[in-house]
Design a protein around this ligand. Structure first.
Ligand code: NAD
Length: 348
């Protein structure tokens, strides 16, 4: 075993079917009296029903993808006007991103009630976009104080969002397994997260209302978020950040790029690949992930989600010029080949 450093981050997790009912108890525990509820327009009804019995000072239901700075400033202003003392974000990674944006400038505590598998609720990572560029950073202030995982809230998550968001979570686990600053505890969580999600997603696609499968997927996404909360991410996440900046949808981009980024790292991270293959019951990890995505009906080609062929070289250049630490050296030529494979959806 190599040397390692393990940092545990403080967060309280309430997990289980129906546990959103404990929201008011959890807010009392934080001593909050003026809650600002945050959601996308799509989850507004869910937020209103979760607000009964809470001391709600106001509701912001205009969260959108990529946390544009202009809209983040609107919710920050609203929090000030209302003299809010806590934010409750009910929704996917986009909504939780708005809670984090408020916390970043005000230090207000965030309670997250995730309804997708993005894993953002477990991380101190924030992101804000402005002028087509996304800035990200890590700050302990934005880590939600309490996370309430209620699988019943995910029963209406459509199949394509469920599958893509689940693969986004698997991508966190994959990169945690070969992170340069990984450790044995995080690796255990990552392997178990992959196992839980890979077993749950096909059952969800077969029956969206399968509560056991929804529970397993949410469990896996909790583990996935926890893995990247303290370990670094590598080439795969770098490429997805670059492509996200070019306007590609977050979770689908993760899903399409993942088997190709794994193929890139296959020999340099052989031990991690072995653990991933075992967790998904495949002989070969990159190919197994590709086959899983195919079986879930996910798009397999960047060409199908808005990538322009003319932008492949630019994306490879940005990724190679300022790489994240990665098991295999990040070089322009091989990264361009990776992106071309992902663009055409070739089987690894
Ligand atoms: P999302 O939050 O944009 O949600 C996707 C869609 O699903 C939206 O239309 C939403 O309204 C809908 N939806 C959400 N929950 C639903 C439910 N229960 N039923 C029906 N529909 C529902 O997508 P996402 O993939 O969860 O999050 C993506 C964002 O999260 C990106 O901006 C990404 O950068 C960020 N993210 C951040 C981190 C982090 O650690 N900071 C980690 C992962 C993702």
């Amino acid at each position: 075993m190599r040397q390692f450093v393990y940092t545990g981050l403080p967060s309280r997790v309430i997990f289980g079917s129906g546990c959103v009912k404990k929201l008011s108890e959890e807010i009392d525990r934080l001593g909050a009296k003026r809650v600002l509820m945050i959601s996308t327009p799509g989850r507004a009804a869910m937020v209103r029903s979760a607000s009964t019995n809470l001391s709600v000072a106001g509701i912001f239901d205009k969260a959108v993808m990529h946390t544009p700075l202009e809209i983040a400033n609107q919710v920050r202003e609203l929090a000030k006007e209302l003299r809010a003392d806590c934010c409750v974000a009910v929704g996917g990674g986009s909504t939780i991103g708005f809670g984090k944006a408020v916390a970043l400038t005000s230090g207000l505590p965030v309670v997250a009630v995730p309804t997708t598998y993005s894993g953002s609720e477990m991380t101190p990572i924030w992101g804000l976009s402005e002028g087509g560029l996304k800035k990200t950073g890590r700050d302990p202030k934005v880590l939600p104080k309490t996370v309430i995982y209620d699988p019943e809230l995910t029963l209406d998550l459509p199949s394509e969002v469920s599958a893509a968001s689940g693969m986004n979570a698997i991508a966190h686990c994959v990169e945690a397994l070969y992170a340069h600053d990984g450790n044995p505890i995080v690796s255990l969580m990552a392997e178990e997260g992959i196992r839980a999600l890979a077993s749950a997603l096909p059952r969800i696609i077969f029956n969206l209302k399968d509560l056991d499968a929804r529970t397993d997927a949410l469990y896996g996404s909790w583990l996935a978020g926890a893995t990247i909360s303290t370990t670094s991410v590598a080439l795969h996440h770098k490429l997805c950040h670059v492509l996200g900046g070019m306007g590609l949808p977050h979770a689908e981009t993760h899903s399409i790029v993942l088997p190709h980024a794994m193929q890139y790292n296959r020999d340099a991270a052989a031990q991690a690949m072995g653990r991933i293959a075992k967790a998904i019951g495949a002989v070969d990890a990159p190919r197994g992930i590709y086959e899983l995505e195919k079986s879930l009906g996910l798009p397999l080609r960047l060409a199908d989600i808005g990538m322009q062929q003319a932008d492949l070289e630019r994306a490879a250049r940005i990724a190679a010029e300022a790489p994240y630490p990665n098991p295999r050296k990040v070089e322009y030529g091989p990264v361009l080949a990776l992106l071309r494979n992902a663009y055409e959806g070739r089987r690894p």
